[in-house]
Design a protein around this ligand. Structure first.
Ligand code: CIR
Length: 252
């Protein structure tokens, strides 16, 4: 069971980060409030929350998920898919070093942690604009070395694999219709989010509980009916910058 989460406070210029959605500029004060509530939710799931200092040099740096991928015995520091986010890994590497052994990948690998989904002892790696074949190959080699199985799948029209499918306790997944229909995820008994709640497919499973974004009542009801314990957190200011729940932490 994971015991720790690394997060990073958003910087005042978070609106200068990358985004593909047109939802307006994020409100800094509101983002801070939402981030604090997110940290409280992680703590209430039994995690020690380690919060890194905000870094205005990297306006997307609170999306720490993209900088590392975890196995049981080590973490792999990624090489993020866009040049402007690559420097985010340095502070994360130093923050992780006291806690866990580290592995790394090298050029020409490109990997965003948002493209890596673990279900039990299997890793799915999404091939996106952010994660290339070399990245999937280098990461896959490390997973295999540590005895895990791995498969890669192409992801279209989404920033990351986990924008459309995430893990639930007990090996099930929460997914958009498109991902739920894939053979790879059929075996994980998917719970399908409605089309108008597609953003809610990114949930965060922590120690038996499921954190979901607030404002998606149909998804909440489906998860409750399936017997999951739900915590809701507002993520509207991060959604404006293409971010969701998993993006905001590294859990190990
Ligand atoms: C980006 O485009 O890189 C950030 N604005 C959003 C990253 C979200 N990360 C994630 O889903 N893992």
């Amino acid at each position: 069971m994971p015991t720790k989460a690394i997060v990073r406070t958003p910087p005042p210029n978070l609106g200068e980060g990358l985004t593909s959605v047109v939802l307006g500029a994020p409100d800094y004060e509101e983002a801070l409030k939402q981030h604090a509530a997110y940290c409280e939710a992680l703590a209430s799931c039994g995690l020690e929350v380690i919060c890194l200092e905000p870094d205005p040099l990297f306006p997307d740096s609170h999306f720490v998920e993209d900088t590392a991928v975890f196995l049981d015995k080590c973490a792999v520091i990624t090489r993020p898919g866009v040049q402007e986010r690559r420097g985010e890994v340095h502070t994360v590497r130093e923050a992780l070093r006291p806690h866990i052994n580290l592995e790394s990948v090298g050029p020409p690998a490109k990997i965003d942690g948002g493209d890596v989904l673990r279900i039990n002892r299997h890793y799915y790696i999404g091939r996106t604009e952010r994660t290339n074949a070399a990245g999937a190959g280098q990461l896959g080699y490390i997973f295999a070395r540590f005895g895990y199985t791995v498969s890669t799948l192409p992801v279209k029209d989404m920033l990351h694999l986990k924008s459309g499918v995430t893990g639930l306790p007990g090996g099930r997944v929460l997914a958009t219709q498109t991902f739920a229909e894939l053979k790879a995820f059929q075996r994980h008994n998917p719970i399908v989010v409605d089309e108008d709640e597609a953003y809610a497919a990114n949930c965060l499973e922590v120690n038996g509980k499921v954190i979901i974004s607030a404002g998606f009542p149909k998804t909440k009801a489906k998860l409750e009916t399936a017997g999951y314990k739900i915590l809701e957190v507002e993520t509207s200011e991060f959604q404006k910058m293409d971010g969701a729940l998993t993006c905001l932490s590294l859990i190990f």
